[in-house]
Write a protein that binds this ligand. Sequence first.
Ligand SMILES: [Zn+2]
Length: 285
Amino acid sequence: MCGSSSRNPLERGRFLGHTDAMPEGLSLAVVVAHPDDDAYGMAGVVAMHADDAGFRFTLIHATDGGGGDIRDGFAATRETLGGIRRLEDEAGWRALGREPDRHEWLSYADGALDQVPFDELVDAVAAVLVAERPTVVCTVGPDGIFDHPDHIRIGEATDAAFARVASTSGTAFRRLLHGAIPQSVFERWQAQRVELGLEPFDPTRRYHMRGVPDELIGVEIDQREVAHWVVAGLREHRSQHHVMTDDPDDVERWARIVRRDWAVVAWPPRPPGAPVLSDIFEGLP
Ligand SMILES: [Zn+2]
């Protein structure tokens, strides 16, 4: 996984080591491909830190999700879906109770991020990161959660952007996370799907959920106290309910699914056997 791939730009050691004055408080930037990717990944963390003094939340979407499925009976066309999904995403954060302090839509075409020149994508992400100087950056790892090419591409671009600015001092750019599902949890969910008579995922196939080896997980967050807020946000993604959950009205089941969240610590390198952090900011100044 992260740190083991020769194409990982984080291994190149191009760290600039910023040491200048830092903003007060701990800040987070989440970089994802589509509206709704952010509704699962790190939404609970934002809810948990929503009222912290100085907490700042930056959100970057590479696309507006206009290429997504349109569920039967939903009033959207191929032309209008992207705009609808932007509004759904914004409504989702309002429902969760904490809106981004800065929300950037890079406005690339959904489903075609791998056709954007890689350096252009890196520059677009880096421009926001350099302006915001977040403490922690979270994106998607090489598994893409669903092996989705857009997820993988925005994750690679964010890794490359982070590698330009990563720092071992001050409060900016201290940690890079990849949202992920531990293999053991994935297998438990698969068993539950079978029990419920649902089709299990096939992690060898594109667009199917998959886990990462448990030992790669560096952060495990107990977010039970905000799970219902996370679900309130998820429910606003109405055009996508059919791909997000088997039963959008089963709020309690959805809340159980989001009571924990996990991430791989992509940078700095995490020694094997290091304790699993219980918060994305744990141990940072
Ligand atoms: Zn997505």
